[in-house]
Design a protein. Sequence first.
Length: 99
Amino acid sequence: MNDLHYTNHFIGQVGVTRVGLCAVNLALWDIMLKVTGLPLWKYLRPVKDKVKAYNTDGGWLQTTTRELLSDMGKLVERGFHAMKMKLGLPDPREDYERV
């Protein structure tokens, strides 16, 4: 990959050159993973047993405050510690009330 990069860098670092190099890079990874028979995450070995995640499937603008609280509560019950609540109602006071 370094040889390919440095023999083509005069063409530019973006555009078709970069796309071509990315295609070659992905093909090489694909070959290596097929040879080892491992998925990428196992080949690279995860560094953590679990990662924090947040959920965006709730808190929709069209829901009532009661539905919003129910949605958020269900996400907490599923183990999420963070979630995305949508804002952007015509009246900012309604957004404030939802928060």
